[in-house]
Design a protein around this ligand. Structure first.
Ligand SMILES: Cc1cc2nc3c(=O)[nH]c(=O)nc-3n(C[C@H](O)[C@H](O)[C@H](O)COP(=O)(O)O)c2cc1C
Length: 180
């Protein structure tokens, strides 16, 4: 099962990046990330009939189409989804690669709320895009700071690591081919 993970943080020492890579570490199968920071701002004039989508957009669409499951890991900014991640999703709305794609949404925050607003907004957007939000694989991780090992840029908190493994198992199960 192939996993594609997108991060809503462009920061070099991102705590969400550390969560993302810790989740990839426990994913049983090929796992890749896509650089959504290189995407242009969404503009329907650059897309659709008669237009060739910008190269980073085409690359993202191919990466999503090739994946069996998606993982979004993101901070919350001003009670919302980071623009870079919403922008990436906007490029995927009409092209359809997310349709019926199993998706897990994980938000991590230094605050006790765990990025709950952004988490809920991402799930809502994905449902609108008819992605399959795998609720059992979604997480809001509070007080993320001390849970990260700065040297390895991975989660060091054992209960959080165990829970990430459980979440990835749920996502993998949802991505398994179903017999009719
Ligand atoms: C402009 C700004 C707004 C923020 N707003 C929120 C917020 O609404 N909720 C929240 O949980 N954290 C908020 N934060 C804190 C981020 O969660 C924190 O900076 C986090 O470390 C960013 O994620 P990263 O480490 O993956 O880059 C905000 C941070 C900034 C810089």
């Amino acid at each position: 099962m192939r996993l594609l993970a997108l991060s809503g943080s462009l920061r070099a020492r991102s705590t969400n990046g550390a969560v993302l890579h810790s989740a990839l570490d426990v994913w049983d199968g090929p796992a890749t990330t896509a650089d959504i920071g290189a995407l242009p701002h969404f503009n329907p004039d650059l897309d659709g009939e008669g237009a060739t989508p910008p190269a980073p957009v085409a690359a993202l669409r191919t990466a999503v189409a090739d994946a069996d499951a998606l993982l979004l890991v993101s901070p919350e900014y001003a009670h919302g989804v980071p623009g870079v991640l919403k922008n990436a999703l906007d490029w995927l709305v009409s092209s359809g690669e997310c349709v019926h794609k199993p998706v897990a949404v994980i938000t991590a925050s230094p605050f006790p709320t765990g990025g709950d607003h952004a988490n809920a907004q991402l799930r809502e957007t994905l449902r609108m895009m008819t992605g399959e939000v795998v609720t059992a694989a979604c997480r809001e991780i509070p007080a993320i700071g001390p849970k990260i090992d700065a040297a390895t840029e991975r989660v060091k908190d054992e209960p959080t690591l165990a829970d990430l493994a459980t979440a990835m198992t749920h996502l993998a199960t949802a991505a398994e081919p179903r017999t009719p």
